[in-house]
Write a protein of this length. Structure first.
Length: 149
């Protein structure tokens, strides 16, 4: 029996794939557990529409990420830090602090685990942090740390 898989099934196939399985396996296991449906013309049409809508959704998300990357390039995030007696910065500015500032000031939500540069900022001046907004879409966040007066 030909079935359309609704989820990945180990040793059978991936989601949206049409596979040939035994009648008993399909009737007694795959279909009752909603892992698959019978392969019919309407089922194939629905599958094709779902695949197309998933592609459209990915393209929309990628476009939004590219727009966000352009917006991030124009912004400079200001931080103040204390300096030691020899003029070096005391403490560090972490990615979490940058993410919190983005969220508070601009309502932009970025996961701190998406930063490609894993080191904290520990020097005065400008620093560029790269963040992966979407697959193959990398944005740059410019951070300026000045001395607290």
């Amino acid at each position: 029996m030909k079935v359309i898989l609704l989820q990945d099934v180990k040793n059978i196939g991936k989601k949206n794939q049409v596979v040939e399985v035994s009648d008993g396996y399909a009737q007694n296991y795959l279909i009752p557990r909603r892992l698959a449906v019978k392969s019919t013309s309407t089922g194939l049409e629905i599958r094709d529409r779902q695949i197309q809508s998933e592609k459209d959704e990915l393209l929309r998300k990628k476009k939004e990420a590219e727009e966000l990357a352009i917006k991030l390039q124009t912004l400079v995030f200001e931080f103040n830090a204390q300096s030691s007696k020899d003029g070096r910065m005391m403490g560090t500015i972490s990615q979490k602090e940058v993410v919190d500032l983005l969220k508070q000031k601009y309502s932009i939500i970025i996961d701190k685990r998406k930063f490609l540069d894993k080191y904290p900022i520990n020097a005065f001046g400008y620093t560029n942090l790269r963040v992966e907004l979407f697959k193959n879409v990398i944005g740059t966040i410019r951070v300026h740390v000045s001395e607290k007066k």
